[in-house]
Design a protein around this ligand. Structure first.
Ligand code: DX5
Ligand code: ZN
Length: 213
């Protein structure tokens, strides 16, 4: 079993003091920093891009897990690598040439992941999964924090774990100390949490998510 990691999503942080928020979640025991990039086209919301990521890079040594919710991500991979991304996750639905963009990310020596919207079948991973470091299962429709966990995500995690025993499986959306339990049982090992972590005491919330069982 791979080690359990918690990746707080800075989408729920206080943007007026983003640097301090990152230092605080690092100290509170976060494993990765989850960074949600949205373009207002692939998803109905706009967040931030590479220049903001570059500014916060110096605040922590933790890996930056950059979740691209943008149309045709191949246009910006180099920018995100230069800004300091350690893991780049692209959506299967966001590009016509998924295999090509996977190779593009790998060519920069950073880790690569593919994310699936709630309605997307894991079948789309069949011919690329062995090329990947990570699969991100969206357990809400991407675009906003604070939504409710979609139950069918659990079955999807199980199906992906059956396809590949070694890959990191990350679940994103509606993760709490309650919803995380069935995701762990299904074989996921990386958990994004936005509102759950940022709406409480960071250290306590992160350790709740890491608890066994
Ligand atoms: C949603 C983002 C998530 C979001 C999760 O599109 O990908 O990372 O921040 O927020 P919570 O944990 O509040 O559902
Ligand atoms: Zn995300």
């Amino acid at each position: 079993m791979k080690s359990i990691k918690v990746a707080p999503s800075i989408l729920s942080a206080d943007f007026s003091k983003l640097g301090e928020e990152i230092v605080a979640i690092d100290k509170a025991g976060a494993d990765w920093i989850h960074i949600d990039v949205m373009d207002g086209i692939f998803v109905p919301n706009i967040t931030f891009g590479a220049p903001v990521i570059k500014c916060i890079r110096e605040k922590t040594k933790l890996p930056f897990d950059v979740h691209l919710m943008i149309t045709s991500p191949e246009r910006y991979i180099e920018d995100f690598v230069k800004a300091g991304a350690d893991i780049i996750v692209v959506h299967a639905e966001s590009t016509v040439h998924l295999h090509r963009v996977i190779q593009q990310v790998k060519s920069y020596g950073v880790k690569v992941g593919v994310s699936l919207n709630p309605a997307t079948s894991p079948e789309v991973l069949k011919y690329v999964i062995d090329e990947l470091d990570l699969v991100l299962v969206m357990s809400v429709n991407p675009g906003f924090g604070g939504q409710s966990f979609i139950e069918s995500s659990v079955e999807k995690v199980k199906a992906i774990r059956e396809m590949n025993k070694d890959i990191e499986i990350e679940v994103d959306g509606g993760i709490t100390d309650k919803t995380i339990v069935k995701c762990k049982e299904a074989g996921a090992n990386v958990f994004v949490a936005g509102s759950y972590v940022f709406k409480g005491e960071y250290k306590e919330r992160i350790s709740n998510l890491k608890k066994e069982g």
